[in-house]
Design a binder for this molecule. Structure first.
Ligand SMILES: Nc1nc2c(ncn2[C@@H]2O[C@H](COP(=O)(O)OP(=O)(O)OP(=O)(O)O)[C@@H](O)[C@H]2O)c(=O)[nH]1
Length: 990
């Protein structure tokens, strides 16, 4: 049973909100502050139990004979009062309605009685009300919609609205053939139905059977999110508004309290007397009577009436004029005994159109609650005689969200003052006025409260509007062959980087800190006239996200398995990523040069992981390679190219580009540099791009392999280093080219806002929940006081690094200590970080970045700790050791000094000499040097030679000039900073 709001529950019980809140308190259900608070199933039971215990004298909602005193008045008086919302009804209770359900299923021929009785959706609509008269038409609606409802569940993206039985028969019937197959297909798709996910699927062409499904699922979710308030768009509803209005204009309103609720002749249905029957949410009638036909006694001047806003909109949209509707209704009313009752046309009842009719928003259900669109007239509430001069409540109006109090009142006919009063009664203390914007939730509550029926139309976000064009599939004729994207995946140290280096003819592996890959790399190369985009991923377990990202952008996965190791944990993980991405896998059985290697064990491992090698009769190509001897490299390349040829990868280059951000960083001179893999369209300098919460105009694009090559435009399957974003986009975010910088900004900002809200909401909820849990267990203060928190401020070179560090730190689990990341940002350590560290007593962890001079001296001054790392697992090892109080004294890095490179000299045979000035401390011959460019550590090397003038020197002091040659690094440049340090065995303190 879903949670039920206080106000709804109070309404059922015939109590006011305050009374119920008091009852809750007494029943031991604490912490329900306002009418908007929700009660869980067990809490509802607790309240009911409390009420049934005789402690209070009030009506009960249970069907069973209750120990409470009987209602003071007749059943007619009580019935409307105890109209039961779904939240208050236990599933078993709904079984009392199974008789009705059987009738329905017989008539419709689809729904089983159990569907209605058992389904939560069905239950949601069934009322406990002991109502004698049940409309056959309504029953049909229940039966049909009850069957359709469960099939809607897989639509994950749809905001809140659970399917409900109150779905009008027409809508349910129409949408069923369109939706069910789509959702049934979409459900098993392994990839989330994201925009580019869908496009990628399409790009992968006809070889993938799932492409169509995913595309459809995407379209569905787009539709759903565009309207928010609907789960499905009836196929026939081209113009969502017109049919709805026509229906309502032409069909008589029903007065459910009137005699027509029976068989149509005004008499109650025979044989079903006093049976609990389902209640259905159908067209609400105006709350007050329309003026009677009696002629005015004296001639009055016709008032000058301004049409309400929604009526004006209707006319502008080409709908019927309000007066037309009015006259139509009048004509129809003549045939009726009473307003809203058509006593002549019984069939009309069965086919009664819902006021939600064909609208795409038609099945919007207010927050999953039962609609109260039906008008109830409590005894005494109906006016006995005389004319009602109050403005009739409107129904069938469209309410565009977000809306103000004024707009709500105009749309619903509820006076603004009454609306404001109700908002206040609901516990809103913000003192709203007529122009105040209401939250969607509040609108929903008010609609429920005033029992008005409105069609709520969620605002279509700019993002949906702008990015929807990326959902459109390219015409086959526009697709041209594109290079394959090949990702190297596998366990740490199995030789991915070495193999790729050997294939491309570069040497990346020797410059990697700690000998492990910590960043995703991507290059496009040309081999034997074929272009291929290669992506290298880290193998260390911390980089799961990067591996997943690599697998998600790839066409072909090359699984690198060291022949001496076989399938290891990250190999298995990589296999899963590749399988999830549904891409072909080519295995490179590497390190075959190692002596005494028999590849059989690795082959068995592969077979055990459902990758049966082709030489064993399976379908997986296994190529034996060695990055050292270059054995098997040609074979590997050929296998990749043949696989690519088989799959015919295509894309449309003549469209706005889209792609994926693989990595991003902040550089001091270039700003945000983002490694992007273009997957479709052509990306050009000057294009406006949006990527996650970042946006900008493409300023420059550089080749990823040869950064000096500037590119003006790049087509599909091309990785580039791109500048122009305002902030570093999140790795893995999708990039889209849009036509307007304003739109890009708006999309990025709204995403940022939503992200922020989510973060804030998440953290508050967790802490409150945790607190509540602890309070419950009565152990809040003592054990909490014992927990030591280590605050961290993370600074790293890329977002990917932050992601990986966070993941690693998340593994540190200790009962008495915990790590809290106060802030995690890309870029060098700044003064602001030091200030924050000072205020929050945090330690600053700088991964592959350094503090700027101001930050460094401030940190020294205030005693803030800046710990620097270049290998990811050292951070966790260090912190773990720190937290566990077992810091080893050895390997303490002692900073020695810093030198600026003023000039460089290239000497053949020797290499590049850096002419430096020592700016801080001193440089000693045995020191190691960090090479820093743009606040980022680009390498760490020992000193090969240190000279003053032409003489070798052991130490050069601050202010002096010297020549430094680094061992194994010749790419030193003017402006680089060299930091000297020594590793000493000294005691560490935190
Ligand atoms: N004998 C031998 N050694 C290899 C071969 N390929 C790589 N190695 C060595 O294995 C070690 C790890 O190689 P990498 O290329 O860094 O491995 P990796 O899989 O890229 O590692 P990560 O990116 O950190 O996951 C290095 O010392 C390489 O020299 C090979 O084919 N034969």
């Amino acid at each position: 049973m879903p949670a039920v709001r206080i106000y709804a529950f109070a309404k059922e019980l015939g109590l006011d909100n305050k009374q119920l809140l008091e009852l809750c308190e007494k029943a031991g259900v604490k912490g329900k502050g306002s009418a908007l608070a929700s009660l869980e199933e067990d809490e509802v039971s607790a309240v009911k139990a409390y009420m049934n215990s005789g402690a209070v004298e009030t009506a009960t909602v249970d069907d069973e004979p209750a120990p409470l005193r009987p209602p003071a008045k007749s059943i007619d008086t009580r019935v409307p009062e105890i109209k039961t919302a779904p939240a208050t009804r236990a599933p078993e209770e709904s079984k009392t309605d199974s008789v009705d359900a059987e009738v329905e299923s017989t008539e419709v021929g689809e729904a089983e009685p159990v569907d209605v009785a058992d389904s939560g959706q069905a239950e949601a609509e069934v009322s406990v009300e002991a109502d004698v008269e049940v409309e056959v038409a309504a029953e049909e609606e229940v039966a049909v919609a009850a069957e359709a409802a469960p099939e809607e569940e897989p639509v994950a993206e749809v905001k809140e609205v659970p399917a409900k039985v109150e779905e009008p028969a027409e809508v349910a019937a129409e949408s069923k053939p369109e939706e069910v197959p789509v959702e049934a297909k979409a459900a098993p798709a392994k990839k989330p139905a994201s925009k580019v996910g869908g496009l990628l699927e399409r790009l992968r062409g006809a070889t993938k059977k799932t492409a169509a499904k995913t595309t459809i699922a995407n379209t569905e979710s787009r539709e759903a999110s565009a309207t928010t308030s609907t789960r499905k768009r009836p196929a026939a509803a081209k113009d969502p508004l017109a049919p709805r209005r026509d229906n309502n204009a032409n069909k008589p309103l029903r007065n459910l309290d009137g005699p027509s609720r029976g068989d149509g002749d005004g008499s109650p249905k025979k044989g079903v007397k006093k049976k609990s029957g389902p209640k259905f949410n159908i067209a609400a009638m105006p709350e007050v009577k329309q003026p009677t036909a009696s002629a005015p006694t004296e001639k009055v001047q016709k008032p000058d009436i301004a049409l309400p806003q929604d009526a004006r909109r209707t006319i502008q949209a080409g709908g019927t004029a309000p007066l037309e509707d009015f006259t139509k209704d009048k004509r129809k009313d003549k045939k009726k005994g009473r307003l809203g009752e058509d006593t002549t046309d019984d069939s009309a009842k069965k086919k009664r159109p819902s006021r939600f009719g064909n609208s795409p928003l038609g099945n919007r259900r207010m927050g999953g609650r039962p609609s109260r669109m039906r008008s109830y007239h409590r005894p005494g509430s109906r006016k006995k005689s005389g004319k009602n001069t109050a403005a009739p409540r409107k129904d069938s109006v469209v309410l565009q969200l977000p809306c103000t109090v004024r707009e709500f009142s105009e749309a619903t006919g509820v006076p603004a003052i009454k609306t404001l009063l109700t908002i206040k009664q609901m516990g809103d203390e913000s003192n709203p006025n007529i122009n105040s914007h209401m939250s969607d939730e509040m609108v929903e509550v008010l609609v429920d409260h005033f029992e008005v029926s409105v069609e709520i139309r969620a605002a279509v976000s700019l993002e949906d509007e702008v990015l929807s064009e990326f959902e459109i599939e390219d015409a086959e004729a526009d697709l041209l062959p594109r290079p394959p994207i090949v990702t190297f995946l596998g366990h740490v140290d199995h030789g991915k980087t070495s193999l790729l280096d050997a294939l491309i003819g570069i040497d990346v592996v020797s410059g990697e800190a700690g000998g492990i890959t910590q960043h995703i790399r991507a290059y496009q190369i040309e081999k034997d006239g074929h272009k291929i985009a290669f992506v290298d991923t880290p193998g260390h377990e911390a980089f799961t996200e990067m591996r997943a990202r690599g697998a998600n952008v790839t066409d072909i996965a090359v699984l690198v398995v060291a022949a001496d190791d076989g399938v290891m944990p990250q190999t298995a993980e990589a296999i899963n990523h590749a399988k999830a991405a549904e891409v072909p896998i080519v295995v490179a059985l590497n390190k075959c040069d190692l002596p005494g290697i028999t590849p059989d064990k690795a082959m068995q491992d592969l077979a055990a992981n459902e990758l049966l090698p082709s030489e064993w009769g399976g379908e997986t190509e296994v190529v034996k390679t060695s990055a050292i001897t270059k054995e098997g490299l040609d074979d590997l390349l050929e296998t990749i190219l043949v696989t690519a040829e088989l799959h015919e990868y295509k894309a449309n280059p003549d469209r706005p580009a889209y792609g994926t951000c693989l990595e991003s960083e902040q550089q001091s001179d270039r700003g945000v540099v983002c490694k992007v893999l273009v997957q479709g369209g052509t990306l050009k300098i000057g294009d406006v791009v949006v990527c996650g919460t970042s946006f900008g105009r493409v300023k420059s694009m550089n080749d990823t392999l040869k950064p000096s090559i500037r590119l003006e435009e790049v087509g599909p399957s091309t990785p580039v280093n791109l500048t122009g974003f305002n902030t570093p986009p999140g790795a893995g975010e999708k990039l889209y080219v849009v036509d307007d910088i304003g739109k890009a900004r708006e999309i990025a900002e709204s995403r940022g806002h939503a992200e922020h809200e989510q973060n804030v909401a998440g953290s508050v909820m967790v802490s409150l929940e945790e607190m509540a849990r602890r309070l419950e267990m009565g152990r809040l203060a003592p054990s909490d006081a014992e927990i030591v928190t280590l605050n961290l401020i993370l600074r790293a070179d890329t977002k990917g690094s932050i992601e990986a560090i966070k993941k690693e730190l998340g593994k540190i689990d200790h009962p008495e200590v915990r790590i809290k990341i106060v802030q995690a940002l890309v870029g060098g350590v700044t003064v602001a970080d030091v200030r924050l560290a000072q205020a929050s007593e945090a330690v600053i962890c700088a991964f592959n970045v350094v503090p700027d001079e101001n930050a460094r001296s401030l940190a020294e001054e205030v005693g803030a700790q800046v710990r620097r790392y270049d290998v990811i697992y050292k951070i966790t090892d260090d912190l773990k050791a720190t937290l566990e109080g077992r810091l080893k004294p050895e390997e303490q890095i002692v900073e020695q000094g810093m030198a600026m490179v003023l000039r460089t000299f290239s000497i053949s045979k020797t290499g590049t000499i850096a002419g430096c000035r020592v700016m801080r401390g001193s440089i000693q011959r045995e020191c190691r040097m960090r090479v820093i460019r743009d606040s980022t550590i680009i390498g760490d090397y020992p000193i090969e030679s240190l000279k003053r003038e032409k003489d070798d020197s052991k130490e050069v002091q601050r202010g002096m000039e010297c020549g430094i040659k680094l061992d194994g690094f010749n790419d030193i440049k003017e402006g680089d900073t060299l930091e000297a340090y020594r590793i000493e065995e000294v005691a560490r303190t935190l």
